[in-house]
Design a protein around this ligand. Sequence first.
Ligand code: SF4
Ligand code: SF4
Ligand code: SF4
Length: 164
Amino acid sequence: MAAQDSTAVSRRAFLGGHDPTDVMPWTTSEIMREACTGCGACVEACPEGILHQGRGGHPVLDFSSPCTFCAACAEACPEPVFDLERDPPWTAVAVVASGCLEPQGIACRACEDACDHDALRARPMLGGRAEMRVDADACTGCGGCVPVCPTGAIQIREQEPADA
Ligand code: SF4
Ligand code: SF4
Ligand code: SF4
């Protein structure tokens, strides 16, 4: 068995077992790195309590519950980090990693049931197994599927722009 990254493990333990992301709506990780001073105003403002201060004080989203896209974080920020004109707010979508139970023949599909946007679908495979597929056009990156996954297999990741 491959050794796990101890930093990732400790971050997961700290953030409630979910894989956190430093991507935020209405900005990009690149802009965040350049413009965020780590003041923590967004963290204080989030009514869902899903933001924490990570490296350099920069916000990380723990997805212990979904992001409602309420924009309180962006409105509280005193720096030019967020652009509320961005539509959609970000390019982040759910990604199902190798820990998913369905390809192993273990019935689950908790994420499919949790998604309000019909963005997660099981694609049947041989032997009663299935592969969970994300419809990137339907997925908002809200993270509603993250806390229901019993194996922590779902991550929210920023997609590369199509013309990059
Ligand atoms: S949009 Fe709202 S729920 Fe989502 S991280 Fe920002 S403050 Fe929290
Ligand atoms: S991130 Fe939200 S929209 Fe995307 S698959 Fe998960 S629950 Fe559905
Ligand atoms: S909730 Fe997790 S383990 Fe269950 S089907 Fe979805 S990705 Fe797989």
